[in-house]
Design a protein around this ligand. Structure first.
Ligand SMILES: Cc1ncc(COP(=O)(O)O)c(C=O)c1O
Length: 396
């Protein structure tokens, strides 16, 4: 019951034991095409270029930024937690001139703050997190794409923690590139990063296309020198090459991580069978029950609750309580894992998730009962049954 990774859905576990097939086997290429179509629905987009980057979520982030951002270009990163800082660091490593705007952890940006920053910086790319897992905040993104486009910027969003548990609309919100992971609300393991790219983002990446020497008819012929400065500074994360691999050309690049593809496909099938809106509502309901439960236990919720992600809540560790000792008893006696946080919040809050397969009533009620028991063990005055009762009220 932490902020992810979470318990994997049994259907995804079963998918993981599917026999491997080669990357050009018609079964495999069929599933690649099917996975592209499934993730178009997950991301709510018509973007043809919707596929998987092999690697954990940060692989998707690196691939998007290194492929979109040319060295020296300005990138604006609005930071409201640990993962905004990660975007900043990755953009810096891409050689960008990075401009950061920050709000305190536990808050989000207003659209006006973002627009002012875009107007001042005039970036090529605005890179933002939707749900910053470190603070649990969910940044409103409606209208941000339009602001970016009006000022000639592309909008990149990391929706790893939020997708499938909170509304995320690629086309309606004008998002040019978005990357995710499976290990949060999608109910899978980490290791695959679904990505989607708008035609404008694809045009930028296409403009930087370079074919590997070993795939050219004459590997020894010099590349056009003029193309080299713009060449994407990573081979593995060169999305022009990865797009060629996922296209009908099937141009050789990496060896597709078949088991992760099976997982990603099953996660999307599960989500779409349930319905994206229904899944978001499920996360809202169980998140609201967990929120009511921890509040009824007398715990103080961290941050702007109105902008909290549905799928995770951060609570302040009560004064004088050893947060790690509480986590350890929950884990070893109750078999329940909850998280703490990073940087300024390390050891100050517990983060309790209700996401993916764990966004269930029984998981919420047992976690609240366990937390109450452990808090009492540590001498915290809590009303017996208070957390569970408050959660049950939400379910009535
Ligand atoms: C919002 C967000 N972005 C990126 C990541 C990095 O994901 P990964 O550990 O899969 O690389 C995480 C992980 O928790 C995350 O929550």
């Amino acid at each position: 019951m932490g902020p992810g990774p979470i318990t994997v859905d049994p259907r995804v576990l079963a998918a993981m034991s599917t026999q491997l097939v080669g990357q050009y086997d018609p079964v495999m290429t069929g599933w690649m095409n099917e996975t592209m179509a499934l993730y178009r629905e997950v991301f709510r987009t018509d973007n043809r270029q919707t596929f998987l980057v092999d690697g954990t979520s940060r692989a998707g982030i690196e691939a998007a930024l290194v492929s979109l951002v040319k060295p020296g270009q300005r990138v604006l990163v609005p930071v409201f937690g640990r993962f905004g800082h990660l975007l900043r660091e990755i953009a810096e490593r891409c050689g960008a001139e990075v401009h950061v705007r920050e709000v305190p952890w536990g808050e989000v940006f207003t659209p006006e703050q973002i627009e002012d920053a875009v107007r001042e910086v005039r970036p090529a790319v605005v890179a933002m997190v939707q749900g910053d897992t470190s603070t649990t905040m969910n940044q409103p993104l409606e209208g941000i794409g339009e602001v970016c486009h009006r000022h000639g910027a592309l909008l990149y969003v990391d929706c790893t923690a939020s997708i499938a548990g909170n509304t995320f609309e690629v086309d309606a919100w004008g998002v040019d590139a978005a990357t995710a992971g499976l290990q949060k609300c999608l109910g899978g393991p980490s290791g695959s990063s679904p990505i989607t790219l708008s035609p404008a983002a694809v045009a930028v990446i296409d403009g930087r296309r370079a074919i590997e020497a070993g795939l050219r008819p004459d590997p020894d012929a010099d590349e056009d020198e003029a193309d080299l400065p713009d060449r994407i500074r990573s081979n593995y994360f060169d999305l022009a090459m990865v797009m060629d691999y996922w296209s009908e050309k099937r141009l050789n690049h990496h060896t597709e991580a078949a088991t992760m593809l099976y997982c990603a496909r099953e996660c999307a099938r599960l989500l779409l069978e349930e319905g994206v809106d229904v899944a978001v509502e499920r996360h809202r309901l169980h998140g609201a029950a967990m929120l009511a439960g921890v509040q009824a236990l007398g715990l103080t919720v961290f941050g702007d609750v109105a902008h909290k992600m549905n799928n995770v809540v951060a609570v302040r560790i009560p004064e004088g309580i050893d947060g790690e000792a509480v986590r350890s008893i929950l884990l070893h006696e109750w078999n329940i894992e909850i998280g703490t946080s990073f940087g300024p919040l390390a050891g100050k809050v517990w983060r309790i998730g209700t996401m993916g397969y764990n966004a269930r009533r029984d998981a919420v009620l047992v976690t609240l009962a366990a937390l109450e028991s452990v808090l009492r063990q540590f001498g915290v005055a809590v009303e017996p049954g208070g957390g569970v009762t408050a959660a049950q009220e939400v379910y009535r």
